[in-house]
Design a protein around this ligand. Structure first.
Ligand code: GLN
Length: 289
């Protein structure tokens, strides 16, 4: 187990590198020198002086008066459809931030692997999608302070001969992933503990990957632990394997040129953490008992 954990640690480093290449290739990136100077730290601290409410005057968004959030709403309990609404931890946290900044929250449901590029291109103000902070994503966008954590999980059908992650890796099994996620990155890197490119089937969202598992197109799905739990709770024929993947930090992606928005979001997160709002939202969707 120790060596596997070590292996997976190196996957995270190598995999983050792959993500950067994959997400940036073919896209025009214009980053001003002022912006790039601000992005060396993984989590940029909010400016010390003002409150979120005070800092809102300086904040410019893509459309005045609105905060446009890109997400992929097949990631329960962080974002999912309830009737014609998108709800979940991220939707509620983003709404609380928007309220503090006097902005109307607009949620756009897009493919996960287009979120960073869209934030970078100035199409969306924020990417809020249970998104893991990686060094390579930090080359394209800034991240807020982290508000939650996740761990990669493997889902298989009940009775599957895959009982452990070693079974999965050593066999000839196919793994379904959400395109461009950290699960995709880990699993596609055969050199570092994944199953390798040839055994990966990529889907636009977690739901499609799980449907592929149910219909036998893939033998397993690699996805973050909370959505994995939700999918398994909704489908009795699925089970989750224990995995030694290390913890990932979720944060909100912001365009590198919009430092005022990043600072205001960090301030808002600080206030929402201090007054217990974030904990309350998380508890609502992930009850501690
Ligand atoms: N946390 C994973 C990532 O950032 C998956 C996020 C998601 O699928 N919404 O890649």
């Amino acid at each position: 187990m120790k060596s596997l954990t070590r292996k997976l640690m190196s996957v995270i480093i190598a995999a983050s590198f792959c993500f950067g290449l994959a997400s940036c290739s073919g896209k025009t990136t214009s980053v001003s020198s002022a912006a790039s100077e601000t992005t060396t730290a993984a989590e940029t601290k909010a400016s010390e002086s003002s409150s979120a409410a005070e800092s809102k005057a300086e904040v410019k968004t893509v459309t005045a008066g609105k905060l446009i959030m890109a997400t992929n709403a097949t990631f329960p309990p962080y974002e999912f459809h309830e009737g014609d609404k998108i709800v979940g931890i991220d939707a509620e946290i983003a709404k609380a931030i928007a309220d503090k900044l006097g902005l109307e929250l607009v949620i756009e449901d897009v493919a996960f692997d287009s979120i960073i590029a869209g934030v970078q291109a100035g199409k969306y103000d924020i990417g809020c999608a249970g998104m893991t902070v990686t060094e390579d994503r930090l080359k394209s966008v800034n991240f807020s302070t982290s508000y939650a954590t996740g761990i990669q999980s493997i889902i298989v059908k009940e009775g599957s001969e895959i009982k452990t992650i070693d079974d999965l890796i050593k066999g000839k099994y196919k793994v379904g992933v959400q395109s461009g996620t950290t699960g995709d990155i880990y699993m596609s890197d055969a050199e570092n503990g994944g199953v390798g490119e040839d055994r990966i089937d990529r889907y636009n969202n977690g739901n499609d990957a799980v449907v592929a598992l149910m219909s036998g197109k893939v033998d397993a799905v690699c996805i973050d632990n909370e959505p994995a739990k939700s999918y398994v709770a909704a489908n009795k024929s699925l089970v989750i394997l224990d995995t030694p993947f290390t913890e990932e930090k979720y944060a909100i992606a912001v365009n590198k040129d919009n430092e005022a928005l990043l600072n205001a979001i960090n301030k808002a997160l600080e206030e929402l953490t201090a007054d217990g709002t974030i904990a309350k939202i998380i508890e609502k969707y992930i009850p501690s008992k």
